[in-house]
Design a protein around this ligand. Structure first.
Ligand code: SF4
Length: 485
């Protein structure tokens, strides 16, 4: 299969030994022979080339079907395999050239694995027949753009948007009135909100976790618990969130697509409220490529973060599972997403964030920001898309404890860049590096507080929880005594 495809092949062959009719097999091979060289097709059987500027996104090692992951290198290469360009960057650029970038807003479904490896041409032909071959051809040669799009969508949208998904490019306002969590209540109030992050323990001992929660609790509205960041296993986010609830603190449960299937996501979603958890941050998660050996599977996630948001929003607002089954009591969820404002050009990043908001993100937490002045073009691009009023934005910062930490973040953490001036300050500080790191955090806070369109900050401790109270008190940030719902 790979010999005829442009560039290397990441995704595995889908069911190469499945029994099927000879005619179907021939059709599938022919489709691959044509679409492989033309579009980089991987025969996922769930064709969405129409919406991805005619470049198959299945070349992405993570199998991202709704946009890039935020880990693109500054040279716009894939951080999992730097010999290759990020396929989503290529899709964005081609879409721009073709004037099709707004089509990238449509929320596309996860794979239906029953179809993976099968041809789609047969389905196209039968849908054209259903429409009427002459009607279809007439519309294609018609000057009436509306008619053309309607007939075209009648065929191709039916294929890419199955009845169990029904994705679109529209904003869906949450269908509830009362805030479901303290974090949502605070953000709605218009106050500048501070969230932080407590690092989950590396063992079954929760003593330090409780100590850290108690330490930061009086100063922040909510506490995030990462989901095995950098693909290193730690105490699960759901367990840490429950411990936080028991400490009368408000957790933000982080869930990464890397370790989640569609079944697991829905199962977690209906159990969260029983544990007192209401805030959920959906993210793709770092590839196992950056985790410890032996390396886990790098190929293909079951769902991406945008699909997670879409599934959870529909569970909450429509009370349905992905397969369409109705549930008696839907979960109450305040949904968040991660964003990486400098991962690509501001207007392209804004397009990606717009899609997350449309899919269901009500708040967004950025990754680590060390150059606040670079936020302006991104905020302007969000404003142009009219989404600033639809999502709360919390800017992420972190105190640097040493030069080694700064260098690690700069060189090893996808999507994080630290300017040379800050790296230099940390290096020159020597033993006084922690104090210098605090000074830098206070300067960043000062710059971020003044920006319009920002609703708060997310201070990531990177294991240095003890410094959080100092950052908040010394920067004059509002201190909030949190109470669990
Ligand atoms: S894994 Fe991320 S950086 Fe690599 S191709 Fe996919 S979206 Fe691009």
């Amino acid at each position: 299969m790979s010999a005829i495809k442009p560039s290397g092949r990441w995704q595995p062959a889908f069911y190469p030994f499945r029994k099927e009719r000879a005619a179907k097999r021939v059709l599938a091979r022919t489709e691959l022979l044509v679409k492989g060289p033309l579009f980089g097709c991987r025969m996922c059987g769930n064709c969405l080339l129409q919406e991805t500027a005619f470049i198959c996104p299945m070349e992405c090692p993570k199998g991202m079907r709704n946009g890039p992951c935020g880990g693109t290198t500054p040279e716009l290469r894939c951080y999992i395999d730097e010999t290759r360009h990020c396929i989503w960057n290529r899709i964005y650029r081609r879409a721009e050239k073709l004037g099709r970038e707004e089509m990238l807003l449509e929320v596309l479904p996860p794979l239906d694995w029953q179809k993976a490896g099968t041809e789609t041409w047969g389905e196209v032909v039968s849908l054209i027949r259903k429409t009427g071959t002459m009607t279809f051809l007439g519309a294609m040669f018609s000057k009436d753009r509306e008619k053309k799009e309607k007939v075209w969508d009648g065929v191709f949208k039916t294929i890419r948007q199955p009845a169990w998904w029904q994705g679109d490019a529209d904003y869906h306002a949450p269908l509830y009135d009362e805030p479901v969590s303290e974090l949502e209540r605070e953000l709605r109030s218009g106050r500048f909100v501070i969230a932080t992050e407590v690092t989950p323990p590396l063992s079954a001992d929760s003593e330090k976790l409780i100590k850290d929660i108690e330490l930061v609790k009086p100063f922040v509205t909510a506490i995030n618990f990462t989901d095995s960041s950098s693909a290193r296993p730690r105490m699960s986010s759901i367990a840490c969130s429950r411990v936080a609830v028991e400490c009368k603190a408000e957790p933000v449960f982080q869930i990464s697509a890397r370790d989640t299937t569609r079944t697991g996501l829905q199962a977690d979603a209906i159990g969260l409220n029983a544990l007192g958890i209401y805030n959920v941050l959906c993210l793709t998660g770092d590839s196992s490529r950056v985790g410890p050996s032996p390396m886990s599977n790098m190929n293909m996630l079951d769902i991406d973060s945008i699909q997670m948001l879409w599934i959870l929003r529909r569970m909450r607002d429509e009370g349905i599972y992905l397969d369409g089954r109705k549930m008696k009591k839907p979960p109450k969820l305040f949904l968040g997403a991660a964003t990486s404002p400098f991962a690509s050009e501001p207007h392209l990043q804004a397009l990606r964030d717009h899609k997350k908001v449309n899919a269901g993100a009500q708040f967004m937490q950025t990754n680590l920001i060390f150059e606040p002045e670079r936020l302006d073009p991104w905020l302007e691009a969000l404003d142009k898309r009219n989404i600033l009023g639809k999502v709360y934005i919390l800017i992420g910062i972190a105190p640097l404890k040493s030069y080694r930490v700064a260098e690690y973040l700069h060189t090893k953490v996808p999507g994080v860049t630290i300017p040379a001036t800050i790296l230099d300050r940390m290096k020159r500080a020597g033993e006084a590096a922690p104090e210098e790191g605090l000074r830098i955090a206070l300067e960043l806070t000062e710059a971020i507080k003044k920006k319009q369109g920002i609703n708060g900050m997310h201070i990531m401790s990177l294991g240095w929880e003890a410094i959080i109270p100092r950052i908040i008190t010394e920067s004059g940030l509002p201190v909030k005594q949190i109470t669990a719902l």
